[in-house]
Design a binder for this molecule. Structure first.
Ligand SMILES: Cc1ncc(COP(=O)(O)O)c(C=O)c1O
Length: 456
C-alpha cells in the first residue's frame, strides 16, 4: 500500500501537517467506524443483556490478545486500563511499601507520574531519589547512572522506555538486568539533593498536588530506615485465599512508562525481563483515547496488590460471594468501561500492520526523524537537543534567538503545522510517524524558518 493511500484513511491528516503523535495519534477511519459499529451493536443487543455481556467478555479477550501479540507476551499478563497514567498508578500503589523503602525515578518522567510518586512518599514515608538521565542524551551511560543510584533498600525503579522530552531510547533489557541482579557490594548511595531540583522545577503543569515538597526527607530518611529495618524479613503479606509470601523481594522491580515506545519500537517484553510496562492506545498506535493497558510479568503479579477493585478483577461463586482475584493481570481491571473502544484499537493496530511490520515501521520512523533532524540542524537559530540522529520519532529542538517556544508553536499552528512545547528542558517537540511524508517535514522546516525570520 502506498503511503498516500494509507494516509487517506486518517481524516486528521487531510488538512494539516501533524507532528504531535507523542501527544495523541490521529484515529483512522476504519477505527472510527469499528467504534460506531460496536456502539450500535451494544444498543441493538441490549444495552444490558446476556448477549451483550458475553460479547463484551469476548471483545476484551480479543483486545488483550491483540495487545499481547504486539508486546510479545501472553494475554494473561495484560490488564486493560484507560491510559498510561492509570497503568503506572496500578503498579506504584500496588506495592506494599514500607517506611524507608526507596523508589528511584529518572529526571525525565512525566509530571503526572512524578505527582503520584510524591504522594506515595508522603503517604508511606518512603525514600525517593531522582537519577540524572537527561544528561546522558548525547554522552554518558544511562545504565551506569541507574546502577550508581540504586540503594540496598531500592524496591522500584521508574523510567520511561523513550524519554518524552528528549526522545532518548533507554536500553531496557540492560537496565532491568542491573535492577534484577544488584551487585554484591551495596551500590554507592548517590542521590545528591541537587538532582531533586530538576523535578521540582518542572512546572510543566498547573497541577499543584497538595503535598509536602517531594524528596525533602532531611532527617526523616534516617528514621524511616530504622523503622524499616529488621521487620521486613519477618513480615508476611496475606493474599486472599493464597499462600503467604515474604513481603520483601530483594529484586528491584522496574516500572516503565511506555507512552512513547508502544507503537514505535519492536518489543519483546518477556526477553527484556521488565516487571511493569504501562502504555496507551491513543498515541503511536493511533487508537481511541480512553483505552490503554498494563503489562505485569507473571513474577511481579504475585506480589502486586490490586488497588482499585471491582467486579471485573474478582472471582465469585454462584451466590456472588467473593472468592479471590482473577488469575492473571485481569485482576487490575475494575468495572464498566467504554467497551466499543476495544474494536477501535484493534482496528487501528491492524491498519498499521497493513503498511508493514513493526521493524519496517520503526525503520521508516528513524529514516524520517533523521531527515527532520538534519534539516532542522541546517537552520539558523535552531539547535536540536541531540547531537546525532534520533533513535525514534521524537525530535526536540530549541531556538537560540530568544523567541519563546510557545510563540513559535502557536504561530505554526496558525499555519496548520502541529508541534508542541516541552517545559523541561525548554524546547519544541516534533514527532514523526512512519506515515509522515518528506513534504510535511519540509513544510515544518520552512514554517520554522519563516517564523524565525519574521520574529528575529
Ligand atoms: C511519558 C508520558 N507519560 C505519561 C503521559 C500521560 O499519558 P496518558 O494521558 O495516556 O496517561 C504522557 C503523555 O504525553 C507521556 O508522554
Amino acid at each position: 500500500m502506498t503511503k498516500d493511500n494509507h494516509r487517506q484513511q486518517f481524516p486528521a491528516l487531510a488538512n494539516k501537517a501533524y507532528f504531535n503523535y507523542g501527544g495523541q495519534g490521529p484515529l483512522p477511519e476504519p477505527a472510527l467506524d469499528a467504534i460506531y459499529q460496536a456502539y450500535k451493536r451494544v444498543q441493538l443487543g441490549g444495552p444490558f443483556s446476556g448477549e451483550v455481556g458475553a460479547w463484551v467478555v469476548q471483545e476484551a479477550m480479543l483486545t488483550r490478545r491483540a495487545i499481547a501479540s504486539e508486546l510479545t507476551v501472553p494475554p494473561e499478563t495484560i490488564a486493560l486500563t484507560e491510559d498510561v497514567t492509570v497503568g503506572c498508578n496500578i503498579a506504584l500503589w500496588g506495592i506494599d511499601w514500607k517506611a524507608g523503602d526507596h523508589l528511584l525515578l529518572s529526571d525525565c518522567e512525566h509530571h503526572g507520574i512524578v505527582a503520584s510518586v510524591m504522594e506515595l512518599q508522603r503517604r508511606f514515608n518512603i525514600e525517593v531519589s531522582v537519577c540524572p538521565l537527561a544528561a546522558t542524551l548525547n554522552e554518558g551511560d544511562p545504565v551506569a547512572v541507574i546502577a550508581d543510584n540504586l540503594r540496598p533498600n531500592t524496591r522500584l525503579l521508574v523510567i520511561s522506555h523513550i524519554l518524552w522530552n528528549t526522545g532518548q531510547v533507554l536500553p531496557l533489557a540492560e537496565i532491568v538486568k542491573v535492577c534484577h541482579e544488584p551487585p554484591l557490594t551495596p551500590p554507592c548511595q548517590g542521590g545528591g539533593q541537587e538532582e531533586f531540583s530538576l523535578v521540582q522545577s518542572e512546572g510543566e503543569t498547573d497541577i499543584k498536588p497538595p503535598l509536602t515538597p517531594p524528596w525533602q526527607g532531611g532527617g526523616q530518611e534516617e528514621l524511616s530506615r530504622v523503622q524499616g529495618d529488621g521487620q521486613e524479613d519477618l513480615s508476611l503479606i496475606k493474599r486472599g485465599g493464597q499462600e503467604d509470601l515474604p513481603a520483601k523481594n530483594y529484586k528491584v522491580r522496574v516500572l516503565v512508562d511506555a507512552a512513547q515506545s508502544v507503537g514505535v519500537l519492536p518489543l519483546n517484553l518477556i526477553e527484556s525481563g521488565v516487571d511493569f510496562y504501562a502504555f496507551t492506545g491513543h498515541k503511536w498506535w493511533c487508537g481511541p483515547e480512553g483505552l490503554g493497558g498494563l503489562y505485569v510479568s507473571a513474577e511481579a503479579l504475585a506480589d502486586l496488590h490490586p488497588v482499585f477493585i471491582g467486579w471485573r478483577g474478582i472471582v465469585t461463586d454462584a451466590n456472588a460471594k467473593v472468592l479471590g482475584w482473577k488469575s492473571g493481570a485481569q485482576r487490575y481491571e475494575i468495572a464498566t468501561s467504554a467497551y466499543p473502544l476495544y474494536a477501535g484499537l484493534r482496528s487501528a493496530i491492524a491498519l498499521q500492520h497493513e503498511w508493514g511490520t513493526i521493524e519496517e515501521r520503526y525503520a521508516e520512523i528513524c529514516r524520517l526523524s533523521k531527515y527532520l533532524w538534519e534539516r532542522l540542524s541546517e537552520l539558523p537559530d535552531v539547535e536540536c537537543l541531540r547531537t546525532s540522529a534520533p533513535e525514534a520519532g521524537l525530535v526536540s529542538f530549541r531556538l537560540t534567538n530568544g523567541m519563546p517556544h510557545k510563540k513559535l508553536v502557536d504561530l505554526l499552528e496558525k499555519q496548520g503545522i502541529m508541534v508542541r512545547t516541552i517545559l523541561n528542558p525548554d524546547c519544541v517537540r516534533a514527532c514523526v510517524h512512519y506515515f509522515t511524508t518528506e513534504a510535511e517535514i519540509d513544510k515544518l522546516v520552512e514554517g520554522v524558518f519563516s517564523e524565525i525570520v519574521r520574529n528575529p
